[in-house]
Ligand binder design. Structure first.
Ligand SMILES: [Zn+2]
Ligand SMILES: [Zn+2]
Ligand SMILES: [Zn+2]
Length: 388
């Protein structure tokens, strides 16, 4: 077959794209089962059955497969240029390109061999030197005197329904079980015992996902440091690990941490979601509207059943030629708190143009009468007449 003038460049580009998608297991590759875990599923224990053994085996296979990938290009090059084993020949008189290619070929054979030796080193004495076992051994106590018992208890906790799994980037995961916090990454798994660690939100950064900056996503950097009686004996000096999560996952994460809580450093501020910032503006606007007095204490809000009703719709705005629908008059008694009314209002607006919300209209949740923000009046109980 004719592959053009520079077959090795074409082959290199195709192969580089393939390797990138494979290593970072893109959705397409996951869908067709082209990931290390699915290809070697027969040899890797299921994560639900044995969490620790699964990750020990997964790390070994991942290291082996990823280090073999460069050799794939050598095979591809040999096939496309019909050069056979010629490309391995190292001749000082050859042009630089040829020498580099030959060195690449030798390295691509050497690296998987070294990684195989490294995996054998890990495997010695029932994974005695494997980083996962080394880590678990630092949690050995009198109650759980061996790493096996800890591994079993982690597996049992992982199987429970209340385990939280959050995605970290493209390949990582954060797993929160009843008593553990586990960060799974491509070549490592890190553990922290919730009752023996401190979790601190140390930084935040905001990224715009829409050009007008209206839809932003905030990431929080969270550091986990080991505490507890034997922290000085740990190899990492108790340094622990850190991870970044989307700020929308923060409350889910802190709800799942049963044995510890997250400290937020004073300089970290949480970015308000679009709805939250609208509700704040809504509240300020309503507060400046005329007060609607009532004789009795308002009943509970029928939206949340938590707050007292705080607003009444009273037609106060003037007819405007710019509006298609003029506001109507609502006869409903006060039934909603400001927050529920604000959410009702926001959810019925054009979600792509939040800057128009404050001047927009909506319909009463009960009688469907049209209203605008000018018509939403705060409710207050009339003071009882002074007794003479
Ligand atoms: Zn409410
Ligand atoms: Zn109404
Ligand atoms: Zn109005």
């Amino acid at each position: 077959m004719d592959y053009g003038e520079f077959p090795h460049i074409l082959a290199g580009l195709i192969y580089a794209v393939f390797c990138t998608c494979f290593i970072f297991s893109t959705n397409e590759f996951q869908a067709i089962g082209l990931t290390v875990e699915s290809v070697f599923s027969k040899f890797i224990r299921d994560e639900k059955t044995d969490f620790i053994l699964h990750h020990i085996q997964r790390m070994c296979y991942t290291l082996m497969v990823h280090t073999i990938l460069p050799f794939g290009y050598v095979l591809l090059h040999m096939k496309m240029t019909n050069s056979g084993f010629e490309i391995f020949k190292l001749n000082p008189d050859d042009p630089w390109g040829q020498i580099c290619l030959s060195l690449y070929c030798h390295t691509s054979v050497l690296v998987p061999m070294m990684s195989y030796i490294y995996i054998c080193y890990w495997k010695r004495g029932n994974f005695h030197c494997h980083p996962i076992r080394e880590q678990l051994e630092t949690f050995v106590t009198q109650a759980e005197p061996s790493w096996h018992l800890i591994a079993v208890s982690i597996s049992n906790e992982f199987r429970r329904n209340d385990t939280l799994v959050l995605r970290l980037g493209t390949t990582g995961r954060l797993i929160v079980t009843h008593s553990w916090l586990i960060k799974v990454s491509m070549y490592n798994v890190q553990f922290a015992l919730q009752r023996q660690c401190s979790i601190t939100c140390v930084d935040s950064d905001i990224h715009g996902i829409s050009p007008d900056g209206l839809q932003n996503v905030q990431y929080l950097t969270i550091k986990v440091a080991h505490t507890g009686p034997y922290v000085n004996l740990r190899r990492d000096g108790g340094e622990g690990f850190s991870f970044r999560i989307n700020s929308s996952d923060f409350s889910t994460l802190s709800d799942h941490l049963r044995n510890t809580s997250i400290t937020i450093l004073p300089h970290v501020s949480f970015h308000k979601s679009r709805l939250q910032s609208f509700l704040a503006e809504f509240r300020t606007f309503i507060a400046s509207n005329p007060i609607h007095s009532v004789d009795e204490d308002p009943e509970l809000c029928i939206g949340c059943m938590n707050e007292r009703a705080e607003v009444k719709l009273v037609r106060l705005c003037e007819d405007s030629a710019e509006r298609e629908n003029q506001c109507g008059s609502c006869q409903c008694r006060p039934m909603w708190c400001i927050e529920c009314m604000g959410k009702w209002f926001a959810l019925r607006q054009d979600q792509n143009s939040p800057h128009t919300w404050m001047s927009a209209q909506c319909t009463c949740p009960m009688c469907r009468a049209t209203f605008c923000l000018v018509d939403v009046c705060p409710v207050m109980k009339r003071p009882a007449p002074a007794q003479s």
